[in-house]
Ligand binder design. Structure first.
Ligand code: MOS
Length: 731
């Protein structure tokens, strides 16, 4: 078949669902009107570790409207079968109301079900839970880590010993919470032994498998619906206990039940980016070429599950180093289990590695970009594979030129603007996008419109729009004549909406399905004696605006409508697939970027203000430039939060999160955000996937914190190795 003309892909279109969103017609999890739904409010543990000795529900049950209080004392036993292939980390997942153990502060210990939300809320405040409390262990510095996961190549000890320059650096990164705008919520409804949930999730198939294993139901007996998701940043990549509570309560009550987490409950109910300690030792020759890197990483996990993320990968592939050794230790604490948060693993690793490169550049008196260029690896040294595309040099060149890097004075504390010390900093970014199998169903109707559907999600990046763009071009239809549907487990399965993979894997499946349908139509035409295209070679035909025609002779052709109706066909249909990353891998495939920033630091007050930021990205083909910008700028905002503001604080006396709200947990607001700009390097990555896309959503947060820390150093001469960078650290 001829390559289709591209009209929608690459065009800066607005969201196809934008109008629904701004007019309130887009329904989020808690907003679905499920008839007869009761309200449930979770009672969470007031201790950080121990046992429940009593649950007194009398006062709650006496309150008008309260129908039931469920706790471990009266909850039915749940099967909780193993769920391999989910995002549940290795371990034994929290089993709601199955025993008297309290594993962390805020764990669900009971649920109050009532006819109104107000009655359920008040009822929850009346439940008296007695505890036998133990002192929880929540301080990583005072806890015992597990055996490390290790990686090594060469001889790092010898490499360090023989290095001309050695550095030994300790970085710390605070715990962060995803804080999506929409709270997590679930409405559960049973009909016989069939369960339907309306849920905030980044993975309907994941929630479906979790509920099917928790309740021991066939997959087809569980349906998960999630058409709109108001942000996730990773918090929806796993099915959480409150979803099980909703399903359990609905089954007990024989009525639908709605559970909405409060903002406070989301701090211990939906995971978080773990706190890290990252010791990095590096050695180099006099020219700054790395001879050895030793990475020792400590990260929080819970006492019951071993959460792991890709913290090691960057240290293995990013810079050319013959000798690398890594140890990644999980530190079990009395906390709920962490989960991925934007740029998972890489956003933390890059803070250490990219700060350290800046420190090395400063020590050697080499420009930080030049130092990076001297360590640019010709191939992936962790596996010997060639890069698919790696345009980092171009990211540096374009970024330096556009940002005015030559105006940077390498001498710290040399530039002032009134009370503000001005500094410029940069850092590189990398992310390893996922590539898992996905499917999509495509149907072209005889009226010349088409529907594509897949069980993916749109948590904000614009899946509805970008997938419609892919389908429209592949079918030769206008955007208006194509509808993309998502967020329902009845649609063909897709992997999690995360890990920068949706455009790649769902897009490739949609493309495949559309190509198949277009192929069917072309075949029908060339074999149909009544078609003007009869006898034409299939590969000479393209479709534009719903009309098939000979590529070099647009006059010869006919519309889908004519073709299908003459052949008495109501529709053509196909299931498209993306098979996942090629096995064995032929290329090493990553998204890249370079982040440049200018900060002002008020040396008296310790205030840091980001004054401008530029990201230059090598992420393959850009399907939807306007939405790519919203991803990139949003990622920078997230990075500014990680760098300067975000910090979940725990009171180690009882394991309570002190700042479990958006007044005390700081995230950037408009006044914190200066002019941000993103540039995407031209071109696609033909080895990455059929669409040539590498994925943008995660890499855009990576490197931001290091770029800011490096700029703060350039401004002040103070090297801050701990996130967030606070005023206290700078005065
Ligand atoms: Mo992203 S942390 O995989 O939602």
């Amino acid at each position: 078949m001829s390559p289709q003309p591209q009209a929608a892909v690459g065009a800066p279109l607005s969201r196809v669902d934008g109008r629904l969103k701004v007019t309130g017609q887009a329904l989020y999890a808690a907003e679905h009107d499920v008839e007869g739904a009761l309200h449930a409010v979770i009672v969470d543990s007031g201790i950080g570790r121990g046992r429940i000795t009593s649950v007194d529900a009398d006062a709650a049950l006496a309150h008008p409207g309260v129908l039931r209080v469920i706790s471990h004392r009266n909850a039915p036993e749940l099967p909780y079968l193993d769920n391999p292939g989910s995002n549940n980390p290795q371990g034994r997942r929290l089993r709601v109301f199955q025993d008297d153990k309290v594993l962390f502060h805020g764990q669900p210990v009971a649920v109050v079900i009532a006819t109104t939300l107000e009655a359920a809320q008040h009822g929850a405040s009346l439940v008296k839970v007695g505890y036998d409390a133990k002192k929880p262990s929540t301080d990583m510095a005072k806890a015992n880590p597990d055996e490390p996961t290790r990686y090594a190549r060469g001889d790092a000890a010898a490499g360090l010993r023989d290095a001309a320059v050695r550095m030994d650096l300790d970085y710390r990164m605070a715990r962060n919470h995803q804080n999506p705008m929409e709270p997590h919520a679930t409405i559960a409804r049973w009909k016989g032994d069939k369960l339907t949930v309306w849920d905030k999730t980044q993975w309907v198939v994941g929630t479906q498998t979790e509920l099917s294993t928790v309740f021991d139901l066939p997959m087809k007996s569980v349906r998960v619906i999630s058409p709109f998701v108001g942000g996730g940043f990773g918090s929806g990549l796993r099915c959480w206990p409150h979803t099980v509570v909703a399903a359990l309560a609905a089954r007990e009550m024989k009525r639908p039940v709605k559970v909405v987490l409060t903002r406070r409950q989301m701090y211990f109910g939906t995971g978080f980016r773990p706190s890290y300690g990252y010791r990095l030792r590096l050695g180099s020759d006099r020219r700054g070429r790395l001879t050895a890197m030793v990475h020792e990483m400590d990260a929080e996990t819970s006492s019951y599950e071993k959460f792991e993320e890709a913290i090691m990968r960057a240290g293995q592939m990013f810079y050319s180093t013959p000798n690398v050794s890594q140890a990644y230790r999980k530190v079990p604490l009395d906390v709920n289990t962490p989960l991925y948060m934007r740029g998972p693993g890489f956003a933390n690793a890059s803070f250490a590695i990219e700060s350290a490169m800046d420190e090395l550049a400063n020590r050697l008196g080499v420009d930080p970009i030049e130092l990076r260029l001297r360590n640019e690896p010709p191939e992936d040294e962790s596996n010997g594979l060639p890069w698919s595309t790696r345009k980092l040099r171009e990211c540096y060149t374009v970024g330096a030129r556009e940002f005015g890097w030559d105006r940077r004075n390498p001498k710290p504390r040399s530039t002032r603007d009134g009370d503000w010390l001005i500094g410029l900093g940069m850092a590189a970014a990398v992310y390893d996008p996922g590539r898992f199998p996905a499917q999509a169903r495509v149907r072209l109707d005889a009226d010349g419109t088409a529907v594509a559907e897949a069980a993916t999600i749109d948590m904000g990046p614009g899946t509805y729009t970008s997938q419609t763009q892919v389908a429209a071009d592949a079918l030769g239809l206008t955007m208006r004549n194509v509808t993309f549907r998502l967020g329902d487990s009845l649609y063909p399965p897709t992997p999690p909406h995360g890990g920068s993979m949706t455009m790649t894997v769902v897009g490739s499946a949609v493309l495949d399905g559309c190509n198949k349908v277009r192929g069917q139509a072309i075949k029908l035409a060339v074999e149909d004696e009544q078609s003007p295209l009869y006898g034409v070679k299939a590969e000479d035909i393209v479709v534009r605006n719903g009309r098939l025609h000979v590529q070099d002779n647009p006059a010869r052709g006919e519309t889908y409508q004519r073709l299908l109706s003459r052949n008495r066909l109501t529709h053509l249909e196909a299931v498209g697939a993306y098979a996942g990353a090629p096995e064995p891998a032929r290329h090493s495939y990553f998204s890249y970027g370079a982040v440049f920033t200018e900060v002002g630091v008020d040396a008296t007050l310790g205030l840091v203000r980001v004054r401008r930021m530029l990201g230059v990205y090598d992420v393959g083909r850009i399907v939807s430039p306007k939405l790519a910008d919203s991803q990139a700028l949003g990622g920078m905002v997230g990075g500014i939060g990680q760098a300067l503001l975000e910090h979940t604080v725990t009171d180690h006396r009882d394991g309570r999160i002190v700042n479990a709200n958006l007044a005390d947990y700081l995230v950037p607001v408009n006044a914190d955000i200066p002019h941000l700009k993103a540039i995407y390097l031209e071109g696609e990555d033909p080895d990455a996937d059929p669409l040539g896309v590498k994925g943008i959503g995660e890499v855009v947060q990576v490197g931001v914190a290091a770029a800011i820390a490096n700029a703060v150093y350039n401004a002040t001469g103070r090297r801050i190795r701990e996130l967030p960078i606070t005023a206290e650290a700078l005065i």
